[in-house]
Structure formats: structure tokens, C-alpha cells
Design a protein around this ligand. Structure first.
Ligand SMILES: [Zn+2]
Length: 292
């Protein structure tokens, strides 16, 4: 993984970090603290410096005042029309707790603890299913669903998550196709420009492709072409996947839910959010200077 804003995530496996960005309007915040709460600018300043947004505020796809999202180069606050110099960017990185991330996470947190004002760390209990869908959303953002190369990229992303220790970048180098192989009971094998996956692994990658593309225009696209949910389930049943994993259900939706639980994993885990507050602190100071 690349270095994100001089935070080094290179020791984390791909797919274990989710990145969020939001803008916060300091004019709105000062307004709330001075006009609505009635604090003097000096007290407002020290309150705001300590202000720690919630995970919800930092990561929600729908920002609420004083937060907003904008792709523009010179955005204006949608609530009070304040110009860019009143805005601060808050970058948040979510580390998925687990065996593969424990060691690099502890190492990184040790460094960040020395800068506790600049970097806030928030722990939150969650579950594997939520983690899986967060990962899926992040993966989807990196793919261009109008270019069929996304199918290989999505398969690589899934395998990176499933077997983090393998160097999948090397395995996928110069790769043309991914096929199932009944000769393999587990794992994978590369032959020339082809990658063969065990039927179970292949079917799981089809499910991931299905989940990624189901809301797209030509929804439900996979390495096996366009599949409806029923066709996907039929495939999984025929390949013995459902029986092997003890998945049974009264209808396709129940089966689908159980299948997702199987691939996503069940049980709880922890999310560790790192909030980069550096720009926020800098901007608050500048804005206060303009106020005072
Ligand atoms: Zn504003």
C-alpha cells in the first residue's frame, strides 16, 4: 500500500485499510460555539481545538452540518457559503482488526500515541459482515465497471483478502484469464497466462463479482458472464459449494444471505479509526486569528 499523508501503511495487507475524507466548515463551527452556545471567541477556540468528531460524522456517505463533501477545487460551504480558507479536511483511516493487522497496527499506534493531539484513535466494535461490505465498497471505487479488466482486478482484490500472505501482484502479472479447475481441491495454480482456482475459490470470486456489479447498469456481471441471483446460486449448488458449507434455505434470498455470511465470515471484530487532525488544528488556529 502507498504511503498515505506520511502515515506508513506499507506493512498492512491490501484491503485491510479503508480511507475516508470529509470537509468540515470552521465558520459553521465557530458560529455554533459563539452564537448558539454563546461562548467568547477565546473559549470557543479552545473548545473547538479539542472537538473530536464521531466515526459516524467522519465516515458517513451523507455529511451533515458542519461536515460536507465536495469534489470541487474551490468549494463553498453548502450551509453558510464560507470560502475554502474556512474549511478543513479530515482524513480518516480505518484499520480492520485481526491477526494480519495486529502487529503493524501496534507499531503504528506507538508512533501516533506521541502525537495524540494530531492523530485521534477511535476503537469501535463491529462484525465481519460489515467489514466485508466496507471492503467491497472500497474495492468498487477502484474499479471501472465499463472496462472488462475490472473482473480480473476484482478477483485479485478478493484473493488478497482471502489469502493475504500470497504475493498476488506477482501471480496476476501478465495474466489473461482466470478459470476454475476441478483438479484442484483447494488453492490455485498458474499455467502460462492462465490462473486456475479451485472450484470453491472460483465460485466465491464469482459471488464477489456479482456483489460488486449488481447495482451497475449491466448488473450481476462475472467471469461467467451475466448471472442472475438464481443462476449464481444454481452454479454454487451444482459445484457442491452449498452442500460442502452446509448452506440450505427455503428460498433464494435466504440462501444468498447465508452464502454472504460464509464468504464474509461471521463473528465480531474491531475497527480502529485513525483521524488525521493536522489540517483541522492548523485551520482552526488561522480562523481564530481572523476572528480575534
Ligand atoms: Zn459553513
Amino acid at each position: 500500500m502507498k504511503k498515505l499523508a506520511d502515515l506508513d501503511f506499507s506493512e498492512f495487507s491490501p484491503g485491510t485499510i479503508t480511507e475516508y475524507t470529509t470537509l468540515v466548515c470552521l465558520a459553521c463551527i465557530f458560529d455554533i460555539f459563539t452564537k448558539q452556545i454563546g461562548l467568547a471567541p477565546r473559549s470557543a477556540y479552545s473548545e473547538i481545538k479539542r472537538y473530536s468528531p464521531t466515526v459516524e460524522e467522519l465516515t458517513s456517505p451523507k455529511a451533515v452540518r458542519p461536515f460536507f463533501d465536495s469534489e470541487e477545487k474551490h468549494p463553498r460551504c453548502p450551509y453558510c457559503d464560507a470560502a475554502k480558507r474556512w474549511h478543513a479536511r479530515l482524513d480518516t483511516y480505518c484499520v480492520e482488526g485481526g491477526k494480519t493487522t495486529d502487529a503493524p497496527r501496534r507499531k503504528l499506534f506507538k508512533l501516533l500515541e506521541k502525537k495524540s493531539e494530531q492523530f485521534a484513535i477511535i476503537e469501535q466494535k463491529s462484525d465481519r459482515r460489515t467489514a466485508f461490505f466496507n471492503w467491497l465498497d472500497t474495492l468498487r471505487l477502484t474499479l471501472d465497471l465499463d472496462d472488462s479488466a475490472w473482473l480480473l482486478a476484482a478477483t485479485k482484490g478478493f484473493l488478497e483478502r482471502k489469502a493475504a500472505k500470497e504475493n498476488w501482484a506477482d501471480v496476476f502479472e501478465g495474466l489473461r484469464t482466470v478459470r476454475p479447475s476441478s483438479r484442484l481441491t483447494e488453492g490455485w495454480e498458474r499455467e502460462g497466462a492462465r490462473l486456475y482456482l479451485s472450484p470453491a475459490l472460483y465460485n466465491e470470486s464469482l459471488l464477489v463479482q456479482y456483489l460488486i456489479s449488481r447495482s451497475h447498469v449491466h448488473g450481476g456481471r462475472t467471469l461467467e458472464g451475466r448471472l442472475t441471483l438464481l443462476e449464481l446460486l444454481r452454479r454454487m449448488r451444482k459445484g457442491g459449494y452449498l452442500d460442502a458449507h452446509g448452506i440450505a434455505g427455503a428460498d433464494q434470498f435466504e440462501l444468498f444471505e447465508k452464502l454472504i455470511d460464509e464468504v464474509a465470515g461471521s463473528g465480531t471484530l474491531k475497527f480502529y479509526y485513525i483521524v488525521d487532525r493536522r489540517e483541522f488544528l492548523e485551520k482552526v488556529k488561522a480562523v481564530y486569528a481572523a476572528y480575534a
